[in-house]
Design a protein around this ligand. Structure first.
Ligand SMILES: NC(=O)c1ccc[n+]([C@@H]2O[C@H](COP(=O)([O-])OP(=O)(O)OC[C@H]3O[C@@H](n4cnc5c(N)ncnc54)[C@H](OP(=O)(O)O)[C@@H]3O)[C@@H](O)[C@H]2O)c1
Length: 329
């Protein structure tokens, strides 16, 4: 079994010191500050209206000339604010929609300078972050190492790199189109490795940094007959994060792997006939962002949520193979 029987995940609390108190970054001044679109017109996906809570959050985005601390945070988040605010330059590969975009909105609200990457940047057309002077948007395919080198080099210094880019499709989809298998590997495994490798070289030179990736709770499933390629690719993603963490620890560079259960993103809904509510222990994007941001701020090695699904996976791993094979995907 890949990963070894009884392989357990312990979410170690932060060990490392907080990221050094950074210098104050100037606004990147990327692009002209176009007239800000009306929030009602903007959406995570073109044409999709923003949920009211997200629209309220985005109305409070700091603009140049206003202190980021003007963004009011709930009491319990203030401790995280200081740590997160110290990480000023954040690149999110996969930041054009879903979890990556929701994270971008959060960090923009804290005054970070952002680079958002994805293959199709038109996904951000009409979104308030497009045209924001602190946000750079780049068309990058994570499977293209040369493009990654250019994008990371151009945004350098990167204080935090978050990789959310990932491909997931259902097993039936892959069975129907075997050509879909290699892109899953190239994105979820090869792309993640390349992005970390390139960013780590820059971070070693600059003497600090933080790498984070969104894997999946599916990656905690041990291999068993009939297990999905997606699950195997996310197991590999978790192992890549572990390996980089070991390698980079002596240089003070943290690596956080986020291991979420189901998150109610547009992509998950697409794969579930437009409604993902039947998925067990479904998290909203806002809940996922809170967990991810907290784990990154505390420089946690690994953050698995929700605990209920984590428990189910651990119990499932204890079942004999003939019972595991009965699992419905
Ligand atoms: N939603 C869930 O229930 C869930 C649960 C566990 C784990 N995850 C993981 O969380 C991550 C984000 O999920 P999500 O639901 O937010 O997915 P999503 O909405 O499909 O977002 C994926 C993002 O990655 C980008 N991307 C995909 N392939 C890329 C490539 N080759 N190069 C560069 N960018 C690429 C996409 O933009 P373009 O398509 O324009 O490139 C998009 O911005 C994925 O890794 C997924 O496996 C999701």
């Amino acid at each position: 079994m890949a990963g070894g029987a009884g392989h357990r995940w312990r979410c170690a609390a932060a060990r490392g010191a907080r990221a050094g108190r950074g210098r104050v970054d100037r606004y990147a001044g990327h692009g002209a500050s176009a007239a800000r679109p009306r929030l009602e017109e903007a959406g995570p996906l073109a044409g999709e209206p923003l949920p009211p809570d997200r629209a309220r959050q985005l109305r409070r985005l700091p603009r140049p000339g206003r202190s980021p601390v003007a963004v009011r945070l709930p009491e319990r988040a203030r401790g995280l604010h200081g740590a997160a605010a110290a990480m000023k330059r954040i690149m999110i590969i996969g930041g054009t929609r879903g979890i990556g975009l929701a994270l971008a909105e959060h960090y923009a609200g804290q005054g970070a300078t952002l680079a958002l990457c994805g293959r199709d940047t038109s996904r951000l057309d009409g979104h308030p972050l497009a045209g924001h002077p602190q946000v750079r948007i780049e068309a990058v395919d994570i499977t293209d190492r040369a493009a990654l080198e250019r994008a990371i080099g151009a945004f350098n210094p990167v204080d935090l790199l978050v990789v959310t880019a990932g491909q997931y499709t259902d097993a039936a989809g892959i069975a129907a189109d075997p050509e879909a298998t290699l892109p899953v590997l190239a994105t979820n495994v090869g792309g993640l490795y390349d992005a970390f490798d390139i960013a780590a070289r820059h971070m070693r030179r600059q003497g600090h940094g933080h790498l984070a990736a969104v894997a999946s709770i599916a990656g905690l499933l041990q291999d068993y007959p009939g297990a999905s390629l997606y699950s195997a690719s996310k197991r590999a993603a978790i192992a890549i994060c572990d390996t980089f963490r070991k390698a980079l620890e002596p240089f003070g560079i943290a690596v956080t792997v986020i291991v979420p259960g189901y998150v109610d993103t547009a992509r998950l809904r697409e794969l579930n006939g437009g409604d993902a509510r039947r998925k067990p222990f479904l998290q909203t994007e806002a809940q996922a962002v809170r967990r991810i941001v907290a784990a990154i701020a505390r420089r946690e090695a690994c953050c698995v949520f929700p605990w209920q699904l984590h428990l189910q996976v651990r119990l499932f791993n204890l079942l004999p193979g003939f019972l595991q094979r009965l699992r419905q995907k």
